[in-house]
Ligand binder design. Structure first.
Ligand SMILES: Nc1ncnc2c1ncn2[C@@H]1O[C@H](COP(=O)(O)OP(=O)(O)OP(=O)(O)O)[C@@H](O)[C@H]1O
Ligand SMILES: [Mg+2]
Length: 395
């Protein structure tokens, strides 16, 4: 069979490029908006591809795949690839698409779809993720909300201690052959709301026993917390992340594509490197960043003198760097760590750190990530606006 050269047009090149996947975003490069141009000059295909970041490690894979697919078209014997980078707007669009895809294909978990899922992460350890998690959860619950806390720090759990919970989790026995039974979260009333807590710390006898779990795959343990726990109703699920940017983060992003991220940082301006790591982690896991919480900000003595022991400006700088709002700054305050040690989170009493946590909770509920039921209300309220403006309720 002889094939004339002009049997192939630019659209056919785009057609085969639809077979080239970005393995991280799990979609093809054309629909992700990464193909800037594709045209045929003689027997040479000239293609420009914009990557999520210029240094994208997948470049070589994408190149190989593009070349072999395009060369499979009749009449093409050379492929010239040019590289470019997506603009921030294009990257946001590509991420949105990847997120939607992930949501459509994710296996269902026990997390109700009406729950707002917020993972609390940081680029490095010890900055106060767990303290921020339990205190924001406490502040949210005291507003009457039902808040789940998933301690995803499987070995280094600290949520049970910080909330003063030392009971063991109960299980509901299997009710049918398909039903494997469910773990019941530990419940703790808080104000007019409720905390539901799940942690490996509530399953093992001692921290030493937890270390014996090293053989267990971390991601598997987290998966079990999402599939085998009877979470019931939740307005929010806060996830206390382990330090670092490894397996657990990726597993959670895969299992809970609806998750959004809150980034915790200290005020040290060396947050620059951390910013890049966190932004990269969010990019790889397609998680939108809700905002930044600066923790361990200036300590204020009773006479009003402010002591910025851990530096200043890190939260603001990080927020600018990753283009997310700074939700608040929690001062360095002995009551925060004392609250963590006695199991009475500082947000249960009054003081500067407590007020800062409550203000952040207010911003989350009212502005940044309202409970989904409420969001649905405001969305339907917004839909009413054009209707009432035109007075046409029938179309
Ligand atoms: N604002 C604060 N003021 C005083 N102490 C604090 C403050 N925030 C956290 N701490 C203390 O700092 C230590 C580390 O905090 P925390 O355990 O919350 O950090 P983390 O980021 O979860 O750590 P890891 O990465 O190990 O999980 C704890 O002892 C905690 O009590
Ligand atoms: Mg922690």
């Amino acid at each position: 069979m002889s094939v004339s050269k002009d049997a192939v047009d630019d659209n056919e090149i785009l057609g085969v490029l639809r077979g080239v996947m970005d393995p991280e975003l799990n979609d093809n490069i054309v629909d992700l908006g990464m193909v800037r141009s594709a045209s045929l000059k003689g027997q040479t295909a000239q293609i420009t591809i914009a990557l999520t970041t210029a240094g994208c490690p997948l470049r070589a894979t994408i190149k190989r795949d593009c070349e072999s697919r395009v060369k499979s078209l009749p009449g093409i014997n050379e492929v010239q690839l040019y590289w470019d980078e997506l603009t921030p707007e294009e990257r946001t669009r590509a991420m949105d698409r990847a997120r939607r895809n992930a949501r459509d294909t994710a296996a269902p978990t026990q997390i109700p779809s009406s729950a707002r899922v917020i993972s609390i992460a940081s680029g490095k350890g010890g900055v106060g993720k767990s303290s921020v998690t339990v205190n924001i959860a406490t502040a949210l619950a005291s507003r009457g909300l039902t808040v789940g806390i998933l301690d995803a720090d499987i070995w280094g759990f600290s949520v049970p201690r910080m909330l003063g919970v030392n009971s063991r989790l109960n299980a509901r026995p299997a009710q049918s052959e398909e039903d494997r039974g469910k773990i019941i979260p530990e419940e703790r009333p808080q104000g007019s709301g409720l905390l539901k807590i799940v942690s490996t710390g509530l399953m093992v006898e001692t921290e030493e026993t937890a270390l014996m779990w090293r053989g267990l795959m971390l991601a598997k343990a987290v998966e079990q917390f999402l599939h085998d726990v009877d979470w019931g109703d939740l307005d929010y699920l806060l996830i206390d992340m382990p330090p670092g940017t490894g397996d657990v983060q990726m597993a959670l992003a895969r299992l809970l594509p609806q998750a959004e991220m809150l980034v915790v940082t200290t005020p040290a301006v060396s947050a620059q490197k951390v910013a890049i790591r966190v932004a990269d982690m969010a990019r790889r896991s397609h998680m939108p960043i809700l905002g930044v919480v600066e923790n361990m900000s200036a300590f204020t003595t009773p006479d009003g003198t402010s002591w910025p022991l851990f530096g200043e400006g890190g939260g603001k700088r990080l927020a600018e760097e990753i283009d997310a709002p700074l939700l608040g700054s929690i001062p360095l305050e002995p009551a925060v760590s004392a609250g963590g040690d006695t199991g009475q989170p500082v947000a249960m009493s009054d003081g500067p750190a407590s007020r800062a946590f409550h203000q952040i909770a207010t911003r989350i509920v009212e502005e940044i990530a309202p409970p989904l039921d409420m969001a649905a209300c405001s969305a339907s309220a917004l839909n009413e606006v054009p209707v009432s403006l035109t007075g046409d309720r029938t179309s």
